[in-house]
Design a protein around this ligand. Structure first.
Ligand code: FMN
Length: 251
């Protein structure tokens, strides 16, 4: 069973690409969060968590989701993290998330995809993004084959810097950067409410005709990346920048 969380479509794309080989079911963690569904999962095949990297770890909300979930049936669990560059010591925290669950950790693999963090950085242009996605495919298929054969994924060495990024910088990032304050719409907003639908945390409500952000934001970039009019801004950092949302579909 593939359990996937995705802000802007990269992790969903990878989940679908893995599934071309694995041929299992894909469960949307976004839906579970949005609808507050009971977190009980049954599968005879290994569990595979696919998620983006947020500050050199799985998003905190996904670490908690895994801790709170019941996994029944197959005891093997894999982690696949998409990232713009690197995942630091995400593996250490993935292992912690299944502590005392009686699961067998089968490894964590990272897949480089286009960086979606438009609130802090520039996104790649469309052509470059497509190229990054194309280059990722052989690696995804290789991982899929290993998972299909229930093999462990190879370990990558973890440096002191990796550990510092995931253990020291990550909490600083969450306490100083991650906040919904600063999201607003420009004149291009057509009040279509797509941002309300896309937000996995139900953190956006229509106030009259314009979206309003609550306090429960994880900076997943779904709203800003998925707005059909590019009408969502973050402070003044995103004005004129290319938005990113992956709408590719594996063959
Ligand atoms: C809040 C936030 C933090 C991020 N932190 C990292 C990071 O630590 N390392 C990295 O390589 N990419 C980082 N990224 C980039 C994403 O992990 C990457 O674009 C991912 O593929 C997005 O997946 P999604 O489209 O499924 O949400 C970050 C993106 C966001 C929005």
């Amino acid at each position: 069973m593939i359990l996937c969380f995705s802000g802007t479509g990269n992790s969903l794309y990878v989940a679908r690409q893995l599934n071309v080989v694995i041929k299992d079911e894909i469960i949307s963690i976004n839906e579970y969060l949005k609808e507050d569904k009971e977190k009980i999962f049954n599968s005879n095949k290994p569990f595979i968590i696919v998620a983006p990297t947020h500050a050199w770890r799985m998003p905190r909300i996904i670490e908690s989701f895994i801790k709170e979930s019941n996994f029944n049936g197959n005891k093997k669990i894999y982690f696949i993290l998409t990232c713009g560059a690197d995942v630091g010591n995400a593996i250490g925290y993935a292992k912690k998330s299944i502590d005392k669950k009686g699961m067998t950790f089968m490894g964590l693999a990272s897949i480089i995809m286009p960086d979606n963090y438009v609130a802090l950085y520039d996104s790649d242009d469309r052509k470059h993004s497509k190229e990054i996605i194309r280059k990722a495919i052989p690696g995804i298929l290789d991982i899929a084959q290993k998972i299909k054969n229930e093999k462990e994924l190879p370990n990558k060495p973890i440096s002191l810097l990796d550990k510092i990024k995931s253990s020291v910088t990550n909490p600083i990032f969450y306490s100083t950067i991650v906040s919904a304050k600063g999201f607003h719409t420009n004149n291009a907003c057509i009040s279509c409410s797509k941002c309300v639908t896309l937000c996995p945390l139900n953190n956006i409500q229509m106030n009259d005709t314009k979206p309003q952000w609550g306090k429960n934001c994880i900076h997943c970039m779904a709203c800003i990346g998925g707005c059909p009019k590019g009408a969502i801004e973050y402070k003044n950092r995103t004005v004129g920048k290319v938005r990113y949302y992956n709408t590719e579909y594996p063959n």
